[in-house]
Design a protein around this ligand. Structure first.
Ligand SMILES: *[C@@H]1O[C@H](CO)[C@@H](O)[C@H](O)[C@H]1NC(C)=O
Ligand SMILES: *[C@@H]1O[C@H](CO)[C@@H](O)[C@H](O)[C@H]1NC(C)=O
Ligand SMILES: *[C@@H]1O[C@H](CO)[C@@H](O)[C@H](O)[C@H]1NC(C)=O
Ligand SMILES: *[C@@H]1O[C@H](CO)[C@@H](O)[C@H](O)[C@H]1NC(C)=O
Ligand SMILES: *[C@@H]1O[C@H](CO)[C@@H](O)[C@H](O)[C@H]1NC(C)=O
Length: 362
């Protein structure tokens, strides 16, 4: 199932108040399913832990160490220490990987990434939209050419483009929306190797904006945009308000979904043009949250969504990993289990289903 059932084709004028409330209630639950990853992205950008406490098993709540408390968009922040169980940049980190994180903002222009020649070690440089769809990866697994890549806001066909029209780039990276995230992962061997990577390799990876070519006009992405005048003390109100503020510039990855999502947001009380959320009369946000959680957690009961790895372990089907396209329910499920998942060709995300049905993800 890709959408909650929602029948907006009914003539609204003919409906009684109860039916109108039911439509707004369903639309609110669906809006929460659509936006949970967005909300977690906002938290990643601003440590808004209380504002986006959405997760059923919040892997970030206690251990999340955010290097971006004082971030600048389009600047790569290198984590110079390895993560472990008590100190995590990502929810469930690899302990042999140095991570670097950046918030991407493309409305003031394109951004150029520079990737050094690889020296036999593994690294992957993934690019995500703000809904955490992993739309493109460069690095060793893809045998990507070292050099410069141009990141553009390009809603119609997001992904990696290996034959750029401008010869000074090794490739293009099309993001479906104006904002995004990136989380570079570099493998290290031992303590002295970590020092080597921090001193000599991390600095070779960089981002640099080229002003003026922006084609997806939007306000600069700042901490103020993520928090000012929003109800950060109430996770559900905050999520809806955030969606209202950002939806116009950050459309769904799949352009065919735009009309449906727009109708859903409207029915849920979101005005994308006024960038305002007005809770419809009688809509119960707590109930919508619980319905949205049920949709996300139901994903694990659908056998077709997972590939068995044996012994009770499974991993999301390749089409449901990393880049989720129209699979909003799976996207919400992954959001509340982990975050910034890679495409299946880049990483395995095994889960273990215990006899009680609890799913543990890695
Ligand atoms: C945040 O970054 C700015 C610009 O780099 C710097 O001037 C300021 O001191 C930093 N603030 C904190 C709290 O680190
Ligand atoms: C990368 O290069 C290696 C060695 O030439 C090759 O085995 C592998 O298939 C290539 N991978 C891709 C994704 O092209
Ligand atoms: C640490 O890793 C580096 C790079 O892989 C290697 O050259 C070096 O021999 C290793 N040192 C130890 C003590 O294992
Ligand atoms: C918050 O509201 C104030 C007063 O209306 C306004 O000046 C400011 O631009 C708003 N901030 C954001 C990020 O919308
Ligand atoms: C809203 O829904 C929750 C969860 O179903 C319920 O406990 C609560 O009583 C409802 N609130 C109102 C005002 O109906």
């Amino acid at each position: 199932m890709e959408y909650l059932s929602l029948s907006l084709s009914l003539t609204l004028a003919c409906l009684g108040n109860a039916a109108l409330t039911a439509i707004a209630q369903n639309a609110t639950a669906e809006a929460l399913v659509v936006s949970v990853k967005f909300c977690i992205s906002a938290r990643t950008c601003d440590n808004l832990r209380h504002a986006c406490h959405w997760s059923v098993r919040d892997p970030y709540a206690k251990t999340f160490t955010n290097p971006l408390t004082n971030w600048t968009a389009n600047l790569l922040h290198h984590n110079t220490a390895l993560d472990d169980a008590s100190n995590r940049l990502v929810a469930l980190p690899n302990v042999d990987t140095l991570y670097s994180l950046a918030v991407l903002h493309l409305s003031a222009g394109e951004v150029v990434t520079t990737m050094p020649a690889w020296e036999g070690r593994f690294y992957v440089w993934p690019f995500y939209d703000l809904y955490a769809n992993n739309v493109c990866n460069i690095g060793t697994i893809t045998n990507s050419t070292a050099g410069k890549y141009l990141i553009k806001c390009h809603p119609s066909d997001p992904g990696c483009v290996s034959e750029p029209e401008r010869g000074d780039y090794a490739g293009l990276i099309y993001l479906p929306m104006v904002y995004g995230l990136t989380l570079l992962r570099i493998e290290v061997g031992n303590t002295s190797d970590t020092t080597h990577v921090v001193c000599w390799i991390q600095p070779e990876f960089s981002l640099s904006p080229i002003p003026s070519h922006g084609n997806c006009g939007a306000p600069a992405l700042t901490k103020a945009l993520l928090a000012d005048n929003l109800t950060v003390s109430n996770a559900l109100l905050y999520t809806m308000q955030l969606l209202a503020r950002f939806a116009e510039y950050n459309p769904p990855e799949v352009s065919a979904d735009v009309p449906h999502i727009a109708a859903t947001l409207k029915a849920a009380g979101i005005s994308t043009s006024a960038k305002k959320y007005t809770q419809p009369a009688h809509v119960n946000l707590t109930q919508a949250y619980s319905d949205a959680q049920a949709v996300a957690t139901a994903v694990k009961t659908i056998p077709a969504d997972f590939v068995s790895l044996g012994g009770g372990w499974g991993t999301p089907a390749p089409a449901l990993s990393g880049d989720l396209h129209s699979h909003y329910d799976m996207r919400a499920f992954i959001a509340i289990q982990g975050y910034l998942q890679l495409q299946a060709s880049r990483a395995v995300s095994p889960s273990f289903a215990s006899p009680s049905g609890t799913l543990y993800t890695n």
